[in-house]
Design a protein around this ligand. Structure first.
Ligand SMILES: Nc1ncnc2c1ncn2[C@@H]1O[C@H](COP(=O)(O)OP(=O)(O)O)[C@@H](O)[C@H]1O
Ligand SMILES: [Mg+2]
Length: 281
């Protein structure tokens, strides 16, 4: 799952680490790939990422196996992280001259043999080669949208990029999920933005939105997700609920009657492949 939005500060990193921790706490094995040179996801997961640490840069640029850079996250069983170091800032340019520059992450993931249920990729705030690598490697895109003015600005460009990658490099790619972040129900603007997003993307928007919460923003400075920092907080509970929606949806989308053992077929969201960039500027 590719967590992307070329706007900065909309909650990509916060969503990546907290959803990943929520899924792991539900018993899944989850890998977070930090693809932002800032390394905020690595910090939030308490993973050392100073310049000498083996990182996703080595994987992308020097073809180092992913297994050599992945580290377990303390405190959350089943959660792993491939950290980003500041070297990654140069990768955007270094990748240009390499063979198969768009599919280096995809190859690394395909060669990774540890069993995993989910991989979440935290993208940088741009649509350059790092984000393209994530989109070529991924199956689904999750777009966090901050409930504020200008929320939909730039979304058209993001959706067109997804369409381009689907058309040329990864036919499976689709926007499966939109998550409303930093939602403040007391303001009229937030509810107007939420309504507008839900009108455009009825299928994709999760029912759960993430409230603005001080606990969520404090957690990274302790190298923790909000799930371990304050498990009972509204932020932790909302990420757990969002993860539950995603997991149930995934079960519905991947439902295979041949392998079912009785019971009811899950009713759920089936993603259609219409071009989502229609209608949004
Ligand atoms: N639900 C929330 N409530 C309060 N602060 C939040 C919330 N989500 C994110 N933040 C804060 O907003 C800032 C930007 O979030 P971040 O996840 O880093 O965005 P991005 O990765 O898209 O740049 C960070 O300081 C983060 O702690
Ligand atoms: Mg970020």
């Amino acid at each position: 799952m590719v967590v992307a939005n070329q706007k900065g500060g909309v909650g990509k990193t916060t969503t990546t680490v907290n959803l990943a921790a929520s899924l792991a706490l539900h018993g899944a094995r989850v890998l977070v790939i930090d693809l932002d040179p800032q390394g905020n996801a690595s910090t939030a997961l308490g993973i050392d990422h100073h310049a000498e640490v083996p990182s996703i840069y080595d994987v992308l640029v020097d073809s180092r196996p992913l297994s050599e850079v992945v580290q377990p996250v303390m405190d959350v069983e089943g959660l792993f992280c491939a950290p980003a170091t500041i070297d990654l800032a140069g990768a955007e340019i270094e990748l240009v001259s390499l063979v198969a520059r768009e599919s280096r992450l995809q190859r690394a993931i395909q060669a990774y043999e540890q069993p995993l249920d989910y991989i979440l990729i935290d993208c940088p705030p741009s649509l350059g080669l790092l984000t393209v690598n994530a989109m070529v490697a991924g199956a689904e895109v999750l777009i966090p949208i901050q409930c504020e003015y200008y929320a939909l600005e730039g979304l058209g460009q993001l959706l067109r990029n997804v369409d381009l990658v689907r058309g040329h490099l990864n036919p499976a790619l689709h926007v499966s999920t939109i998550l409303l972040t930093m939602y403040d129900g007391r303001t009229r603007l937030a509810s107007q933005v939420a309504d507008e997003v839900r009108t455009h993307f009825a299928e994709e928007v999760l029912r759960t939105s993430i409230p603005r919460s001080v606990r969520i923003s404090e957690a990274p400075s302790y190298g923790q997700t909000v799930l371990t920092y304050d498990p009972g907080s509204s932020g932790a509970l909302s990420y757990l609920e969002a993860a539950r929606e995603i997991a149930l949806r995934g079960a519905a989308v991947h439902y295979d009657p041949q392998h079912a053992h009785g019971g009811h077929a899950p009713v759920g969201h089936q993603n259609n492949q219409r071009s989502m960039s229609e209608g949004i500027q």
